[in-house]
Design a protein around this ligand. Structure first.
Ligand SMILES: Cc1cc2nc3c(=O)[nH]c(=O)nc-3n(C[C@H](O)[C@H](O)[C@H](O)COP(=O)(O)OP(=O)(O)OC[C@H]3O[C@@H](n4cnc5c(N)ncnc54)[C@H](O)[C@@H]3O)c2cc1C
Length: 426
């Protein structure tokens, strides 16, 4: 069969790999000039490694991704350091990325709250019944079972940070997935995610996949006798096609989809993200912390501060220290229309809180990345709203971050859904 894939993110690349292995003629259309999608990176001339535009790491539970890397023979290029994630309490930072660390966290006192916290964590780790949990809002379930103090101290800031105005609508299965699929060691690929994506694309090309970069698909139409006609400036017919864009873009590309499927796509909610990356002359967190979780009510202008070079050594970046400051936001938020200079001025105001010695002249260079599709929002009973991978148009398939539920989005699940779609297409 002649198969088209729209998007060279990890979902599209993984699908291309399996479809080509099964003997199909595969063309990947990618509007950007590079592969890797949301996990892509950038590089300064004096850096050996790429930096992801949006902070990225893997968990040891990312079996689809780690399994694919094993199949490709690149296991020796995966690293799992043990960086530190910290949480704010009474103006101080405390490591908070394992059950033990959580139990030692002073923010919950040492009585009943600790027991409830431990019990809920254990229950969520042990149960597989996420379907029962998706009927409840995380806000209500957590307040009831973990108690108001534990919920407001630990979990509410996370929900507010990630989902803004939707925080009290997100279902409990999302929270369950966070407990299930996490590890304290965090992983990356030698050279960064972009290096992995480039190596993967090269392997696909060697195997005969045609990857067209800088080619935007503008419509996909089913035509009798021809199959699926893909318009990318030039029209070409394919037997089957897989789209890996956001649901909104899918709806625009394929207006011929039946009303009910289109409505399903357009009703899905998601948050965007704005992330600033800075290269600094000096280390910001002298304690060597990697990830700072920042409760919105503490007044920081962003949700997370991530010192990448406390995860991957600054020697890979010519001695530069790389820091991310980012937030999940609705697309109408002012950060989406602010200039890079305005954002820089806004974000800088908080940097001294991570190191009182910080000075503006530590900053060598600043980059800002924005995406309108960063984090799907799973509402109550969300499993009923997931668009099927196989669309009602014959030969047309759709696989996006919004369909990996009950898992939260991630490159691991992009690989999983890309490979699942490839199986369905054969
Ligand atoms: C802020 C942030 C942090 C994240 N952190 C992590 C993390 O720590 N670990 C992790 O594993 N994952 C993380 N993720 C999620 C991860 O990036 C995604 O789950 C994954 O990259 C999605 O892959 P995909 O192939 O489904 O989609 P995408 O990567 O979005 O790929 C879709 C591709 O389609 C292309 N495209 C769109 N429209 C067209 C068109 N009309 N024609 C041709 N091409 C088109 C796009 O350019 C893009 O390359 C994070 C994401 C964000 C935003």
């Amino acid at each position: 069969m002649k198969i088209a894939i729209i998007g060279a993110g990890f979902g599209g690349l993984a699908a291309a790999y399996d479809l080509r292995k099964a003997g199909h003629e595969v063309t990947v259309f990618e509007s950007a000039n590079y592969v890797g999608g949301l996990a892509s990176g950038f590089k300064e001339p004096h850096w050996d490694w790429w930096v992801e535009k949006f902070y990225h790491h893997w968990f040891q539970s990312d079996h689809s991704m780690l399994g694919l890397i094993r199949e490709l023979g690149w296991e020796d290029k995966v690293y799992f350091p043990r960086p530190y994630t910290v949480l704010l309490h009474d103006g101080r930072w405390y490591p908070f990325d394992s059950m033990l660390r959580a139990l030692l966290f002073p923010g919950l006192g040492f009585g009943l709250n600790k027991i409830r916290f431990g019990f809920i964590g254990l229950f969520l780790r042990l149960t597989n019944n996420w379907k029962a949990l998706e009927k409840f809002k995380a806000d209500e379930w957590m307040t009831r079972w973990a108690g108001r103090t534990v919920y407001e101290k630990m979990w509410k800031p996370l929900l507010v940070g990630k989902f803004g105005p939707y925080y009290d609508h997100v279902n409990m299965a999302w929270m369950w997935a966070r407990f299930k699929a996490r590890s304290t060691r965090l992983g990356t690929f030698e050279g960064g995610f972009q290096n992995f994506a480039d190596m993967f694309a090269d392997r696909l090309r060697e195997q005969g996949v045609d990857i067209k970069l800088g080619v935007q698909v503008t419509s996909i139409q089913s035509e009798t006798g021809k199959g699926l006609v893909i318009d990318s400036g030039k029209k070409e017919a394919f037997d089957k096609a897989l789209v890996t864009t956001s649901p909104g873009l899918m709806a625009k590309l394929c207006p011929g989809l039946p009303e009910s499927y289109l409505k399903g796509l357009l009703e899905l909610k998601s948050m965007g993200a704005v992330v600033m990356v800075l290269s600094l002359k000096r280390q910001l967190s002298e304690q060597g912390y990697y990830w700072f979780n920042l409760p919105k009510e503490a007044g920081y202008p962003f949700l997370a501060l991530v010192e990448h070079t406390n995860f991957i050594g600054s020697e890979h970046f010519g001695g530069d220290h790389i820091v991310y400051a980012g937030d999940y936001l609705e697309v109408g938020h002012e950060y989406f229309s602010m200039t890079d200079e305005q954002l820089f001025a806004r974000f800088m105001s908080a940097f001294k809180k991570f190191n009182p010695a910080f000075k503006k002249d530590w900053v060598k260079k600043v980059w800002v990345f924005k995406t309108s599709y960063a984090q799907p929002v799973p509402l109550v009973n969300h499993s009923r709203n997931i668009p099927a991978i196989q669309t009602p148009i014959e030969g047309l398939y759709f696989a996006s971050m919004s369909q990996v539920y009950p898992w939260d989005r991630g490159t691991n699940f992009a690989v999983e859904i890309g490979r699942r779609a490839a199986r369905l297409m054969q």
